[in-house]
Ligand binder design. Sequence first.
Ligand code: ATP
Ligand code: MG
Length: 171
Amino acid sequence: MLKRIELKNFKSFKSLSLEIPKGFTAIVGPNGSGKSNIVDAILFVLGKSSARKLRANKFSSLINYHKGRKAEYAEVTLFFESNGEEFGISRKVKKSGETAYYFIKNGEKRRLTKKEIIDFFRRLKLLGDNIISQGDLLNIINMSPIERRKIIDELSGVSEFDEKKKKAEEE
Ligand code: ATP
Ligand code: MG
């Protein structure tokens, strides 16, 4: 369960801590106020490997730019609560464009590989692919029924079994 999002120098935000209350959350605000940037921040931590999917030319463009000055790095942390325990997952991007992932618990921060992160979020059934971005809905509507079915299979976890079945048949 996602509890809090912390942004540091991410896109239009210098520093932001956003509590996510239980239930349904909506973010409202005028055009250009940063609503989609918050969604981009979440996708960034969930492991998006293309800056374009986060509406940036390159990863270093995700770093806050203010009055001609760019911050040294950007970092987004997602804090989760599970079985009464709180932990955080963060991803940082430096000016060089290099990114790194971290696991935070009890004030300790340790670096994780991208694979560890992806496996972790897969177990939580939390992958960036499950998030519908602005404009995506039209793509889904215009898709062929087979393509649409593929997405439903992916979300429901059916495709995992399809892959296993295919492997078993090949043996
Ligand atoms: P809409 O209602 O139009 O969808 P929105 O609230 O979703 O708007 P966003 O797309 O999240 O708005 O925010 C866009 C703003 O973020 C733009 O003004 C853009 O200049 C700013 N922005 C993006 N990247 C950076 C950056 N690296 N540094 C500073 N500002 C940035
Ligand atoms: Mg938007």
